[in-house]
Design a protein around this ligand. Structure first.
Ligand SMILES: [Zn+2]
Ligand SMILES: [Zn+2]
Ligand SMILES: [Zn+2]
Length: 225
C-alpha cells in the first residue's frame, strides 16, 4: 500500500452548493488531531479527526438531507491512490471525494450537474411534493433571481438595482435599502418556481411590501376575465 503525504478533498458545500477543493497534508495532523475546512462562503464543509493508528473519523454536512454524515476511514484510504467517496447515505448521492487531485477533480465534475438535474426534476414532478425539500425551492428561487439580476429584471421603482436578499426559513425577502421597499417570496411550496417564471421581472414599489404569491393571483384574475 502506498501512503502519500498529501491528499485532495473535493466536496459540495451544504450551504451554497459549490464544489470546493482542499489540499490536505498529513503534517496538518502532526500537532492537532483535528482539522476543519470551510467553503469560500464561510460554511464548514468537512472535519477530519485522527483517532488512533492513523485511522480517521470524517464528518461532513450534507446538502441533500441537511444532516451531518460520519465516516470512519483507514489511513490508506485517505492518503492513498484510490478514491474515497463521500455520499449522502440516505439518498445514495455522492457529495465529494478524497484522494489524488486529478482523480478527485474528475470525479467531482458530475456532482454539481447531478445536483442541478435533481433539483429541476423535482420541480417538474407533480407527485414529489412531500419529498420536495425546502432547500431545492430556495435554491431554485435563488437561481431564478440571479438570472433576473443578470437581465436587469430585478430592481426597485426608485431606481435601485442593487437589492439585498435575505433567506429565511419559510421565505426569501428582497429589500431596497434606499427606500425601504420590500418583497416577500414564500418558499414553502414549489409552485413558487412556476409563479416566478410567469412573473418574469420583479420591481419593488417604493415604501410598499410586495408579495409574490398575491401578484400571481391578481395576474391570474386578469387573464381569466
Ligand atoms: Zn459554500
Ligand atoms: Zn445526506
Ligand atoms: Zn427603492
Amino acid at each position: 500500500m502506498i501512503v502519500l503525504t498529501d491528499t485532495t478533498i473535493g466536496i459540495q458545500c451544504a450551504k451554497c452548493g459549490e464544489v470546493q477543493f482542499k489540499t490536505v497534508s498529513v503534517f496538518d495532523f502532526s500537532h492537532f488531531n483535528k482539522e476543519g475546512y470551510c467553503c469560500s462562503c464561510g460554511a464548514p464543509i468537512i472535519t477530519l479527526t485522527s483517532i488512533d493508528r492513523g485511522n480517521y473519523s470524517i464528518e461532513y454536512p450534507c446538502i441533500y438531507c441537511g444532516e451531518s454524515h460520519y465516516l470512519l476511514a483507514k489511513r490508506g484510504t485517505i492518503w492513498g491512490e484510490s478514491l474515497l467517496q463521500l455520499s449522502c447515505r440516505e439518498k445514495e448521492i455522492p457529495l465529494g471525494y478524497i484522494g489524488p487531485r486529478t482523480k478527485v477533480e474528475n470525479s467531482c465534475r458530475d456532482i454539481k450537474k447531478t445536483f442541478i438535474q435533481l433539483a429541476s426534476e423535482l420541480v417538474n414532478d407533480e407527485e414529489a411534493e412531500s419529498e420536495f425539500d425546502n432547500f431545492f425551492i430556495v435554491y431554485g428561487v435563488m437561481e431564478k433571481l440571479g438570472k433576473m439580476v443578470e437581465r436587469g429584471q430585478l430592481g426597485c421603482c426608485c431606481g435601485n438595482y442593487n437589492l439585498a436578499v435575505e433567506i429565511l426559513s419559510d421565505r426569501i425577502e428582497i429589500l431596497c435599502e434606499l427606500c425601504q421597499a420590500s418583497g416577500v417570496i414564500y418558499t414553502d411550496n414549489k409552485e413558487v418556481l412556476r409563479i416566478l417564471d410567469g412573473v418574469g421581472s420583479i420591481f419593488l414599489e417604493e415604501n410598499m411590501k410586495w408579495f409574490l404569491n398575491d401578484a400571481y393571483k391578481s395576474q391570474h384574475l386578469v387573464k381569466n376575465k
